[in-house]
Design a protein around this ligand. Structure first.
Ligand code: ADP
Length: 719
């Protein structure tokens, strides 16, 4: 293991293994098969690459996508580990050259597509080599219960059985349910494999589900706010990709597109431009992304709801592989359900598979409508039970303010009713806004009492509002040509038995803030990348660049101390980056040794503090006492408002007097408070869930928690 750590530092520039990497590597080095289930971005590659360097012979990596091999290989070659790939994109001369190198022992890692294993020529050649390890990437492709089944994966075990000496077989995947896990072990014929299930949680991903926003407007706003960052937008269909692509181009936004209907060449260019940071944004179907290792994707937007949780989690997993904060936003529309049903229907004839897929779709819908922590829901789906809410998803966090829209909802519902419950959203909007369009007049809809009563809404805003009502289940929207109809909840609203609170949508802030030096270094990275014709992240990841920009190393020793810098990279890039840093330091007249040492010293001080374990909730309360706003405290401490509530509760429960007043009006309106108070008097305040079940759906857990806290504060100050 000492050797493994040494390699980690020397080649990758990392000081320690992450999560279960160390255990997995040790198991492989002991000669045992392993199955590793680790989320995308968890760090699977290092698990087989480090043993590959240590073991005698070569490691064969079986990976499903030819188009990505070049990048993977470039990336490892660039840190100084000799590797190559063999696939159909190479000619015979190139293949022979690689074979020569393998024979000479100049190659440690060889990537191949599973189809290659069936070629006799390859088999003859490879059986003469010493193979230490066969690493199977995206191993779930072997299972038909997975979501990416590939027939060629079924032949891997046969290939292994043909080898004279059985190598260590290691399998890796990001998503696998119990069923798929068993299938992988059986189908790949792993021998007593140790199964590692690394935590599925990806704390740096913020999960946001937006229901009922005008998607295009939202998208334009978001892209504008994050224009320096890389992002992927997933759509459910090729047609939607094409439409959205033209729309964004028209708006002057540089964007690539990718789907299976494009030629190989078009796809290749789109993908490379994205990976090489030539374009920041790509719109794609789920055909895009398997094995994309680009670590600095800051956001993934689902323009439509995906058809299952596995696919969704894998797709959002492409964000933030470098561990930096990233956002995953789903823009849900009720019509997505229809689209996905249609895709499933058209995609398979096998009744069992169809049923399986429809049931996965239902779970996805449940996820969207679920009112509790989104992360908890996903982790539970993958078999991981967690107690705590994540406080980093749109259900956990209150974003924007809740407004009572009962009266407006009544107007919409009664309009749909009067129109005979046979029209779509567009017509209802037209009637409510008093449109004189031909159809409205022709069908006499201008005679209805609900004609022209919501002119105070723009067309878009009203459509958005109706979508929100539908997504909360206050109206139904179903059928092949969906029409808006009433249900029990609609009736309750009209009769005044149910209130409607709608969240006012805030446009998100930019995901990451970069400092000036970071931007300078980013340009240099781009220049080197273009010269060397490799993606920028292969040179340095964003996290490494960020550390360079804040710690400002100016000699080799300091440079090597930066995470992500190994020996090869220091030699190749150290000088040019240090020159830029020195220039920056000169221009800004910053004292060099001072900066480096201070930062190091500062980080040490912080460590000492946390070792002493100052009570976290005391710090929070002290900050509030110093008149800091909730928002500022949350920002400063990197915690959520909900956590602040818990800290206050904790503080008081410890027999402390707060000594200042909290202005609760920023968290709920009087009306909401009344509703929650009433609920508390019915079911008590020991648990949140029973309260949540009897208040209007639009009242969030945060509001409930805030009201309970207010009572707690009042009760305790009376004592
Ligand atoms: P996966 O294949 O599981 O999706 P990768 O192997 O691509 O993930 O790793 C994701 C990112 O995490 C990469 O940028 C990688 O360099 C980084 N990484 C992996 N292991 C470590 C580690 N021990 N310390 C720091 N960064 C790491």
């Amino acid at each position: 293991m000492d050797k493994a750590l040494e390699i980690l530092k020397k080649y990758y520039g990392y000081n320690s293994f992450r999560g279960k990497q160390g255990e997995i590597i040790s198991e492989i080095l002991n000669g045992n098969d392993v199955l590793t289930i680790m989320p995308t971005g968890g760090g699977k590659s290092i698990c087989y690459q480090v043993p590959a360097v240590i073991l005698n012979g070569i490691t064969l990596v079986i990976s499903p996508l030819i188009s990505l091999m070049k990048d993977q290989v470039d990336s490892i070659n660039n840190i100084g580990i000799e590797s190559a790939y063999i696939n159909s994109s190479l000619n015979n001369v190139e293949i022979n050259e690689i074979l020569r190198k393998i024979r000479n022992g100049d190659i440690k890692i060889l990537y191949v597509a599973p189809e290659r294993l069936e070629s006799n020529e390859f088999l003859t050649m490879i059986t003469q080599m010493e193979i230490s390890q066969i690493a199977i990437d995206e191993a779930h492709c072997v299972s038909q219960w997975g979501h990416d089944f590939r027939v060629s994966y079924r032949r891997i075990s046969k290939f292994i059985s043909l080898l004279t000496k059985r190598p260590i077989v290691t399998a890796f995947t990001a998503t696998a349910t119990e069923e798929v896990r068993r299938d992988i072990v059986d189908r790949l014929e792993l021998k007593n494999p140790k199964i590692f299930i690394a935590g599925f949680d990806r704390e740096n991903l913020k999960i946001i589900v937006e229901k009922g926003v005008i998607r295009k407007n939202y998208l334009l706003d978001y892209i504008e706010k994050n224009k320096d960052e890389s992002g992927i937008i997933y759509c459910a269909t090729r047609k939607e990709v094409d439409n959205l692509h033209s729309f964004l181009l028209q708006k002057g936004i540089a964007v690539e597109k990718y789907h299976a209907g494009l030629s190989d060449e078009e796809r290749k260019v789109a993908q490379e431009d994205f990976i090489y940071d030539k374009s920041k944004l790509i719109i794609a179907t789920n055909a895009f992304g398997m094995g994309i290792d680009k670590p600095n994707i800051r956001y993934v937007i689902h323009y439509n709801m995906p058809k299952n949780i596995e696919g969704y989690y894998q797709e959002i997993g492409r964000a933030g592989r470098d561990g930096e904060n990233s956002e995953c936003i789903m823009l849900f529309s009720p019509s997505d359900v229809q689209t996905q049903r249609y895709i499933i229907d058209a995609g398979t004839n096998d009744p069992i598979r169809k049923e399986n897929e429809l049931s996965k779709l239902q779970t996805m819908i449940n996820f969207v409508y679920n009112q509790e922590c989104y992360r908890k829901f996903i982790l539970k789906y993958f078999g991981e039970e967690v107690e705590e809410n994540c406080n980093n998803c749109s259900n956990c966090e209150l974003q924007g303010e809740l407004v009572d829209k009962t009266e407006d909802a009544q107007k919409v519902i009664s309009c749909a009713y009067r129109m005979g419950q046979k029209y779509g959203i567009g017509m209802i909007v037209d009637v409510l806004r008093g449109s004189t369009n031909k159809k409205v007049i022709e069908f006499g809809l201008d005679k209805l009492s609900t004609y022209n009563i919501m002119k105070n809404y723009t067309k878009d805003k009203l459509a958005e509002f109706i979508n929100i009502l539908i997504s909360y289940g206050y109206l139904n929207y179903r059928g092949e040509y969906p029409v808006v109809t009433l249900n029990n909840k609609s009736m309750e609203i009209v009769k005044g038995q149910r209130q409607v609170f709608i969240k006012q949508v805030n446009v998100k802030q930019a995901v990451a803030k970069n400092n000036e030096l970071f931007n300078i270094l980013r340009v240099i990275r781009m220049e080197i990348a273009s010269e060397e014709k490799i993606p920028p992240y292969i040179i340095f990841g964003d996290n490494t660049l960020r550390e360079l920009s804040t710690r400002m190393p100016i000699n080799e020793e300091q440079f090597l101390d930066i995470s992500g810098v190994g020996k090869a990279k220091l030699e190749k890039y150290g000088e040019v980056f240090m020159d830029a840093i020195k220039k920056y330091i000169d221009e800004k007249q910053i004292k060099v040794s001072f900066i480096f040492n201070t930062v190091t010293r500062e980080s040490k001080e912080i460590k000492v503090k946390s070792d002493a374990k100052e009570k976290s909730y005391v710090t929070t309360v002290n900050m509030l006492r110093d008149s800091m706003s909730f928002e500022d405290v949350a920002k400063e401490r990197g915690i959520t408002i909900q956590t602040i509530f818990s800290h206050i509760e904790h503080y008081i429960a410890d027999n402390n007097d707060l000594g200042f007043d909290i202005d609760f009006s920023e968290f709920f309106t009087e009306e909401e408070e009344k509703v929650v108070d009433k609920a508390i008097s019915e079911v008590g305040a020991n648990a949140l869930k029973p309260i949540k079940e009897i208040v209007p759906e639009s009242i969030t857990y945060n509001v409930i928690k805030a009201v309970i806290l207010k009572r707690f504060v009042i009760n305790n100050s009376n004592i």
